[in-house]
Design a protein around this ligand. Structure first.
Ligand SMILES: [Zn+2]
Length: 415
């Protein structure tokens, strides 16, 4: 079991793919079903072909490269996404796909005897031109005819039309659903997109959970009034109420959250919005995240209580609408342990951590044992051309991932 990746070849692939969909501003533009995305898909298919792997494109246009596929034995699957946000860096998603490809190539080159077929997948529209994680949702059976028909991008282009233009029938995405018995394990390697591994000096992160969130739009409603003639004690100042609420966020997290809880007020609108008028109304966003459902429930209640108390104190009213709620997801406990053990055996110190960003694994975990391997993002930068991971870390993360796929070949499962 001494199989390691060919890091020169992997580096070359990363560099080659980084040129696909790159524009003059040096950002990468491979939004789902755009020209750049189609070129990325073509690049990947060509690589799979050169490697002698079986190519299968499912109804959701997910591209699968397969080794030893027999249509019956469940596969050990790995992968990520090739599509990008506009102006993207070169590693988000792409890295997990090329590392998966490299692992399969090495296994094939070494003629490793496989008990389970290996599969590398490039998921469609992870980044959300049409809502996000279309490919993994389709495999997990989460799509409906309505969700497909209603999906539009920011310019109003329908998913069905964008796919049709590239020769796909969007409704076929319903048939991309996989029988859970056909997948043995799913692993995704991804850049962290945050600062933790880089700052703490780890090459590898083993993700044990993906954070869930709730996001509210909150309004505090007081009375707009003259800033000169209204005494302080006669005001219903909506901004002062917000300031009071905001100063309690850390306390609320300390008392009701976990070490992993975070809360953000990222957008504020004050009206009427003049220097000489007491603010009559503020609208702001509140985004709260944690990896534990119970903790999120606690926080939801605590924030509601705090808003209510603040509103009373400042004599304003409050209302809120829920903009979104995403449940946190736990990765497979057995896989987490194995990943840590593999890293230890390779003398690579690893950090067990949460993923603060959403990933395809979130949907894969609903149908199979799934986990993620993170590699550090330099200075935590992502979704930008500044995205960077040193090859040394990529190599270590890749070897952990490859090794685990092979260990899974031996495992007998009780779960
Ligand atoms: Zn990604």
């Amino acid at each position: 079991m001494s199989l390691t990746i060919n890091s020169e070849r992997l580096k070359q692939d990363i560099e080659d793919l980084a040129r696909v969909g790159r524009m003059d501003d040096t950002g990468i533009y491979r939004m789902a079903f755009s020209e750049g995305d189609m070129a990325g898909r073509q690049w990947f298919k060509q690589k799979l072909e050169q490697a002698g792997l079986e190519i299968y494109e499912d109804g959701a246009a997910n591209i699968h490269g397969r080794l030893n596929w027999d249509g019956e034995t469940p596969s050990v699957m790995t992968g990520s996404h090739l599509d990008t946000v506009p102006g993207a860096g070169h590693l988000d998603g792409a890295l997990g796909v090329v590392v998966g490809l490299e692992c399969l190539r090495r296994v094939k080159e070494e003629n490793v005897k496989l008990r389970y077929p290996l599969e590398v997948v490039a998921f469609t529209d992870e980044e959300g031109r049409f809502g996000g994680m279309l490919g993994s949702q389709s495999i997990a059976g989460k799509l409906t005819p309505e969700s497909i028909l209603n999906a539009v991008d920011l310019d109003g282009v329908k998913l069905v039309d964008a796919m049709k233009q590239q020769g796909y029938d969007a409704m076929q995405a319903l048939h991309a659903r996989r029988n859970p018995d056909s997948i043995h394990t799913f692993l995704e390697l991804h850049i962290e997109q945050g600062p933790i591994l880089d700052q703490m000096g780890f090459s590898v992160g083993v993700v044990d959970a993906i954070t869930g969130l709730f996001r509210w739009e909150v309004s505090l409603i007081g009375t707009p009034n003259h800033a000169g003639t209204t005494p302080m004690h006669m005001r219903n100042d909506a901004f002062q109420a917000l300031a009071g609420f905001s100063s309690q966020i850390q306390r609320i997290l300390d008392e009701n959250g976990s070490e992993r809880s975070v809360a953000t007020i990222g957008k504020v609108h004050i009206s009427p919005g003049a220097a000489n008028v007491v603010p009559g109304r503020v609208e702001f966003s509140l985004d709260v995240r944690d990896t534990d459902k119970g903790v999120l429930d606690e926080l939801r209640n605590a924030f509601r209580r705090a808003l209510s108390a603040i509103a009373r104190r400042h004599d304003v009213m409050f209302e809120f609408t829920v903009l979104s709620e995403i449940q946190p997801v736990k990765c497979d406990v057995g896989l987490i342990k194995e990943l840590i053990a593999v890293a230890d055996s390779l003398k690579i110190p690893s950090l067990q951590m949460a993923s603060g960003a959403a990933h395809d694994t979130q949907f894969m975990v609903t149908i199979t044992r799934a986990a993620m391997v993170f590699v550090p993002s330099k200075e935590g930068r992502s979704h930008s051309v500044a995205e960077w991971t040193d090859m040394e870390h990529i190599e270590k993360g890749s070897n952990v991932l490859c090794r685990l796929q092979l260990i899974r070949q031996k495992e007998i499962f009780s779960s």
